[in-house]
Design a protein around this ligand. Sequence first.
Ligand SMILES: Nc1ncnc2c1ncn2[C@@H]1O[C@H](COP(=O)(O)OP(=O)(O)OP(=O)(O)O)[C@@H](O)[C@H]1O
Ligand SMILES: [Mg+2]
Length: 281
Amino acid sequence: MSNGDLHYEGEFPIVIEGLTNAFGDFVVHDQLDLKVRRGEILGVVGGSGTGKSVLMRAIIGLQIPREGSIEVFGQRITDAEPDEVIGVRNRWGVLFQGGALFSTLTVAENVQVPLKQFYPELQHELLDEISRYKVVMTGLPADAASKYPSELSGGMRKRAGLARALALDPELLFLDEPTAGLDPIGAAKFDELLRELTDTLGLTVFLITHDLDTLYAICDRVAVLADKKVIAVGSIPELLESDHPWIQEYFNGPRARAALTAKSNADRRAKSMDKPAGDKA
Ligand SMILES: Nc1ncnc2c1ncn2[C@@H]1O[C@H](COP(=O)(O)OP(=O)(O)OP(=O)(O)O)[C@@H](O)[C@H]1O
Ligand SMILES: [Mg+2]
């Protein structure tokens, strides 16, 4: 198993070129290009049905594209034989939209599913130890490991899903709407955890989200899906230079302004906490 160090030394762990995905006559992506940088949290946004989830499924090999190429860690995913992809599959973790855990398994057993799949030789004691460690790592109390998903709150279930995505010590994490359905405080805490794990574990994160607070708070860059393509990718100030109507409406609307204010306030609070005691300036 990897020890959390970066194995991939290249600049772009994900490279997508000329990607076309379609269901019958219905074209979701048309000649889409995107590169994800090592070590970044890339936010992926776009209206409902623009193909964010389909794009994620294509990258992890669950959706066969009609055209184009996808490389992960320099390994071609498109047109690859299953045994060629196996070596990269255990280097990523996934939290699907809705993030369903197996309801008949405890949280620890859920985390063990990918471990058993890739390392069937692992002894029960070690499986137990690793899964409990992952559970605690995501900020859940230790006793959550032996609980069933139905016994957890929504926010705890998201953390358990994250623990399962982290089971194999991935270098790359795919998260599809991980904070959907959480209250703003729960969502902000999840964001904080994600940023912290990304930085300490040296992860690269492909993060699909509708949550403007998340985009402002933790994403290094944001990719915008519209018109069947990634129409822009960059920091939020860079995106604001685009005159594409969807980008302007999304990032300049009242909700975006509120998210920006929240981010500035949080930065100010963090700064004042850094100052030595007694310094009220
Ligand atoms: N298996 C499938 N068969 C047919 N059409 C599909 C399939 N999966 C997705 N689609 C269609 O592809 C389009 C993109 O779907 P996708 O789930 O990627 O959207 P999304 O951007 O993730 O939306 P949301 O923000 O609502 O999650 C949608 O119109 C959807 O109906
Ligand atoms: Mg989706």
